[in-house]
Design a protein around this ligand. Structure first.
Ligand code: C5P
Length: 272
């Protein structure tokens, strides 16, 4: 059965610039895929069927896999029914882009299984309708993302080696984190300079969404400090949280967390 890979991402830096007229925030972020992946098994079937290894994931029209299927049909006019099984490994509400990645993978797989009625460029453009982070997953692994996150500038691989993901038991909703953000109180870092610094091999890790996330769940700030004291050279919340990525060597915190030891990944041709 055709199985497609759907990788998670981390934001190596995330700068929020201002709130836009449409309610979204203008941002600039360096995003990178990691080896922590969901798997999607997709095949033509007698009727539409969606199953998932994680019973807590809603299977209705709010599910990004269902949204991707609906969008693909709307754009291409194809009506083939599909059986889709989602094997979930990426934690939800963790800032790791799991749902967005699943949406990108679903679009790509449906297109392949239907004989490629759309180009990959078309899929990438359409995917922005599903969420700001979705187009990033059509990149080869690292991209500088601007606009509301959907404008992608692909970059040459610049990260290698291991990365540890720590997901605490609490989760965070992206809209709630953005609602608690005070843009006027953010440090005015220049994202272009941050990008240039990464490209020179002098990485600058920061995330403007840490402040509102720590305001909402103060234990997250404590967890970050604990991880820093535990020896990791870099500890940063990914996206709107609640997970952290850690670089270097360190020990696990005392509180119960999920831990994923993985690595930065890039693709040569296709993930999926
Ligand atoms: O684009 P997406 O559906 O993933 O965004 C989820 C929510 O996150 C939006 O409804 C919005 O509240 C917030 N968001 C934002 N600015 C962005 C991306 C997301 O305010 N650039």
């Amino acid at each position: 059965m055709p199985t497609y890979v759907s990788p998670a991402k981390v934001n190596l830096f995330l700068r929020i610039l201002h709130r836009r007229q449409d309610g979204y925030h203008a941002l600039a972020s360096l995003m990178q895929t990691i080896g922590l992946c969901d798997l999607l098994t997709i095949e033509p079937f007698s009727h539409d069927r969606l199953t998932c290894s994680d019973a807590s994931l809603p299977m209705d029209h709010s599910n990004l896999v269902v949204k991707a299927l609906t969008l693909f049909r709307k754009k291409t006019g194809r009506t083939t029914p599909f059986s889709i099984h989602l094997d979930k490994k990426i934690p939800q509400q963790a800032g790791l882009g799991g749902g967005s990645s699943n949406a990108a993978t679903t679009l790509w797989a449906l297109n392949e299984l239907c004989g490629s009625p759309a180009t990959e460029i078309e899929l990438k453009i359409w995917s922005a309708e599903l969420g700001s982070d979705v187009p990033f997953f059509f990149s080869k692994g690292i991209a500088y993302c601007t606009g509301r996150g959907e404008i992608i500038q692909e970059l040459a691989p610049m990260n290698e080696g291991p990365i540890r993901i720590i997901k605490p038991q609490c989760s965070l909703s992206t809209p709630l984190v953005y609602r608690n953000l005070h843009v006027d109180q953010l440090e005015c870092r220049d994202p272009e300079q941050a990008l240039a610094s990464f490209q020179r091999g002098e990485p600058l890790y920061f995330n403007d969404l840490e402040a509102p996330a720590f305001l909402l769940i103060p234990e997250l700030k404590k967890l970050k400090s604990e991880l820093q004291v535990a020896g990791f050279s870099t500890v940063l919340m990914s996206g709107s949280g609640s997970s952290f990525f850690c670089l270097g060597e360190g020990t696990l915190p005392s509180q119960p967390v999920q831990c994923f030891d993985t690595q930065f990944v890039h693709r040569a041709s296709t993930w999926f």
